[in-house]
Design a binder for this molecule. Structure first.
Ligand SMILES: [Zn+2]
Length: 116
């Protein structure tokens, strides 16, 4: 089953022939074809970026509102005291989710590197 789109096929670096995506040896010249891991490494890279972004947002929120009762400058002017809920929602919650996500992304990267 050949697709007219070359995107899911493997191009031989030696002769330029299109091969099935799961081919390990080129059908044209017999050269060894490197297993493509480009797509999965992009996925793990994206996971890492997203998790680090969530952690960054959580850290910003944490330092903005922690400790509870801290005087916060409101956007529209005026000041108020931060609450436990704000520290949790904007700080601790994204930090926890981000850390778990980062752990997941690291495990995915390790799995990609050593078990694929
Ligand atoms: Zn070839």
């Amino acid at each position: 089953m050949n697709s007219i789109l070359p995107s899911n096929q493997t191009v031989c670096t030696a002769c330029g022939m299109y091969n099935p995506p799961d081919a390990s040896v080129c059908e044209g010249c017999g050269a060894k074809i490197e297993a493509r891991s480009k797509r999965s490494s992009f996925d793990t890279g994206a996971h890492l970026m997203v998790s680090l972004t969530i952690i960054f947002v959580g850290a910003m929120g944490f330092f903005r509102y922690y400790p509870p009762g801290k005087l916060i400058w409101a956007k529209g002017g005026g000041r108020y005291h931060s609450t436990d809920m704000e520290v949790f929602i904007w700080g601790i919650f994204p930090l926890t989710i981000g850390s778990l996500y980062l752990l997941f992304a690291i495990l995915l990267k390790i799995k990609d590197r050593f078990f694929s």
